[in-house]
Ligand binder design. Structure first.
Ligand SMILES: [Zn+2]
Length: 45
């Protein structure tokens, strides 16, 4: 039996230029930008 494995999709962010590897069904979102939004550099730890 053949199993079709989902092929990862490369998504190049237009903001920071980081290439993200997404799986089919994943939300197309840049991980780097998402991290920056979650942790703004202005916020001191
Ligand atoms: Zn980005």
């Amino acid at each position: 039996m053949d199993q079709q494995q989902p092929e990862p999709v490369s998504y190049l962010c237009g903001d920071c230029g980081v290439e993200n590897t997404l799986k089919p069904g994943d939300v197309i979102q840049c991980r780097e930008c998402a991290l920056q939004e979650a942790n703004p550099p202005h916020c001191p730890i």
